[in-house]
Write a protein that binds this ligand. Sequence first.
Ligand SMILES: NC(=O)c1ccc[n+]([C@@H]2O[C@H](COP(=O)([O-])OP(=O)(O)OC[C@H]3O[C@@H](n4cnc5c(N)ncnc54)[C@H](O)[C@@H]3O)[C@@H](O)[C@H]2O)c1
Ligand SMILES: O=C(O)CC[C@@H](O)C(=O)O
Length: 470
Amino acid sequence: MAFGQQINNLQDSFEAALNLSSSPGAVSTSPTQSFMNTLPHRISTAKQQKALKPFSTGDIKILLLENVNETAIEIFTKQGYQVEFQKSSLPEAELIEKIKDVHAIGIRSKTKLTAEILKHAKNLVVVGCFCIGTNQVDLDFAAKQGIAVFNSPFSNSRSVAELVIAEIITLARQLGDRSIELHTGTWNKVSAKCWEVRGKTLGIIGYGHIGSQLSVLAEALGMNVLYYDIVTIMSLGTAKQVSTLNELLNKSDFITCHVPATAETKNLLSGPQFAAMKDGSYVINASRGTVVDIPALIQAMKAGKIAGAALDVYPNEPAKNGAGAFADGLNSWTTDLVSLPNVILTPHIGGSTEEAQSSIGIEVATAVTKYINEGNTVGAVNFPEVSLRALDLDQDNTVRVLYIHHNVPGVLKTVNNILSNHNIEKQYSDSNGDIAYLMADISNVNQSDIKQIYDELNETDYKISIRLLY
Ligand SMILES: NC(=O)c1ccc[n+]([C@@H]2O[C@H](COP(=O)([O-])OP(=O)(O)OC[C@H]3O[C@@H](n4cnc5c(N)ncnc54)[C@H](O)[C@@H]3O)[C@@H](O)[C@H]2O)c1
Ligand SMILES: O=C(O)CC[C@@H](O)C(=O)O
């Protein structure tokens, strides 16, 4: 049979498989003519690594929201994916409409991918969070739907740490107030309650990527550094870990939060914690808006207990830029907060630098592309991390099986019964809680073998989704 004819038959059999399946990932398994037309060319370049494609790259639809960096757009466009780009996040109803149709979505911190929204995402294979935080995505629900989620764990850490350093000095010198006064014509040359930061103590809550980077910068300014974390972490420089949050609060002049949004960190700093701080201390939060109880902070500032605060994050944040967006309608305490002296308010820009955004764009877009094209989940935050070495370009009768399933006894036995009728070149499987993921390269298969493998896997119990790459 001529090669072109074989390819056409293979395409038909995949399209048939597609029509038979009802799994969430099934839409992604069928090659189309445009992809198939590129195959003879790719195969003729012997001894290079084979570029696996899930189906026609031109059919892959990616929705990028929240002004994701152009480096990501370039990477996706080079792959031939269809990219839709929006500067802001979308209202829920519009997001639900759009998400029904896409295979990948790229977001930052504002887009909430709740179970309610993800339920509509029948074709969605992967979410790219172009940021550090992933609390805006229902990670468990996504995993149960067979949707892998990737983020960028540290590309903007340095930017946040630098912002916090700037804020420490800004608060200590009341720079925000002096600047606002002078902008409105008031000359107010004062030194009362303005301090050097040298010799002061910085208390860092959460000594991860950002907290530890900040520790190094603060020591370079001559500050003493204490930190509190739920895990024991090696200190950098001469920083010291303390064993209780209260100890940190009692001993620090500046307290800064760098923890994720979790049930445990909700209102981590509230009335009792402000009361435990030294008189005249300063509070900084560039982590998540849930971590600091802002009405309690307002009270502590009004009582003169806290001398200043810098906030970059809020429980509710506007969906897009614009005048009037930050108001009592969004957070009821806004008027009270903005009227306090020595409060620095920034619109969630801790990670917003050219350097950070461009490297996040590259990092997350590359991870998403590798998952779409190769099934590689290294770096996924809700999936087991599995990777198989690439196929050689001349391995043209090989199919890569990606099988996402519930982690229950007996599944692998069933799956390997199906696969073991063929030559398994290599195979790797891992689990993460309830979700397990198997990658296998099966060689010497023809189109009817591939269709059979697909159909049989599709019938297995506990399957979540299947993709076949070749
Ligand atoms: N403002 C911004 O633009 C911006 C930018 C990047 C990250 N962030 C936020 O900052 C957070 C921290 O970022 P990171 O990269 O340093 O994260 P990380 O995961 O590297 O570090 C977080 C640290 O917090 C600790 N921790 C968790 N729960 C804790 C608790 N209850 N008490 C004390 N410590 C606790 C962890 O053990 C870990 O060491 C992110 O989760 C993200 O939400 C904000
Ligand atoms: O860019 C953003 O929207 C989020 C930045 C930051 O909070 C993060 O989690 O990386």
